[in-house]
Design a protein around this ligand. Sequence first.
Ligand code: MN
Length: 563
Amino acid sequence: MNIKEIIKVRPDSLIGKAYKFAQKAHLNQKRKSGEPYINHPIAVADILISWDMDESTVAAGLLHDVLEDTGVKIEELKKEFGEEIAFLVDGVSKIGQIKYRGAKQQAENMRKLIFALSKDLRVVFIRLADRLHNMRTLKFLPKEKQKRIALETDEIYASIAYRLGMHNLAGELQDLAFPYIYPEEYKWLTKTVGERFEQRLSYLKKIAPILKQALLKNNINVINLDFRAKRWSSLYKKLLLHNMDIEKIYDLVALRVIVPTIKDCYAVLGIIHDLWPPLPGRIKDYIAFPKPNGYKSLHTTVFGPEDKKIEIQIRTPEMHYENEFGIAAHWIYKHKKYSNLDSHIKLEKELSWIKELSSWQEEKQKSGVSANEFLESLKIDFFKDRIFVITPKGDVIDLPADSTPVDFAYRIHSEIGDSCVGAKVNDQIVPLDYKLKSGDVVEILTQKNKKPSKDWLSFVKTSVARDHIKSALRKRGEFSKIKPTKTELKISVEDRIGLIKDISSVISRSHFNILSFHTEKTHSSRYQINRLEIDTVNLEKIKKLILKLKNIPGVKEVSYKII
Ligand code: MN
């Protein structure tokens, strides 16, 4: 049922009431397209229904703009609709107020802050639905606004959707943004690739029955066999890697096979390889080793008839559903209130999926994200050990949990740290060892010629602050000189099997010993961070080693610190 139907059939339901309230609040407001404003919250609520969200979320979707755009106060929402819905609407409005300053790093901070502020994932879902509808109607906005919103969508909202595992949504947001960000490239692509795309599709349509027959002959129950077209935005990124040579892209259109069980998936892979020779190095088992965002599927590329390369993806219906809906799928399972929104049809499917997940958990994965970690991440506390605080100018600063105003001061600038005499948090004076919390607005009070105090070392949490304090103390002779003995390397990698082994063998071949090694698994970054200490302080040797490390496939960034 969509909103229009619900308010007709159940005008006194929560959704019906929310509709009436929003309708009244937005009365006489118009969208840029000229249509009544209420059409926007209705569209957002309909998107939320299509994602199987619960009734409160859908109602909050209808109300999502009343705090921002009309005279309605939060107390009024509380009175009318209760704490839960008022909280959701307030959360969506708060996210809308965070400034986006355009720089890449700021985008990263913003993503984190959105999560940190959104203690309830439903706030993020509403915001994503809001953005999706705004992107679908972006053509009505003035040109200069279009590009800014498209960029924000691409850099922030699409990547949030991606991290939540909502791949379909991420892809749609990127595709909607693409023509506004790269108008020339978009024109070129649709013209050049359009033809090529048709050729590929008709080739695959010819191949599909051959595959289907081979599967049937082997008693595989094929639930679905269809074609997945590569999205414009991801196609463009891939073309950039391949000199814009469209011949090199063989997954322009891929075949997608959906079969009932995991066992069937592997059987299908075998049957395909029996039929057509696989391209070495292109078989990807994301079932045994799911992507960090939970994506599961088998991928292979084979030489099909006429020696043409075909990419084939194999998965179960549960994987397919989860790949499309990601964390939303988990969330729906855990929170859905079945009394409303005729969506309990999917219940059985989800139950079997959860069963599969628990057996997967028992198997204990060697690599990738364990089931435990994944379920853990559903508790929404994405960034348990990070906090996100705000400068008086509105910039977001990312710090470890329990950081203090002194850590904040040194993060802003070493001089501010050195001359720090006090701090205000949310306009209140706080002691310098005050433990900051996410969302705090922090202002540092400074005094010229002030020197850092030795006591600060007992409470600061960041190494930046600690190092600066120590060196200031050393300068004043208050800190006995500690000779550095080792070097810490920080290596950001795109994880792959065997990567750690490659790193350690490069280091040992350079005749260094690894004193310590640990991997930080973060949900907040696409890359995994490895920190290791080696037993040298020789700068020249370290720099040579870093060059070698950077040559290892998968290594993205290496930095060092002598300690
Ligand atoms: Mn809106």
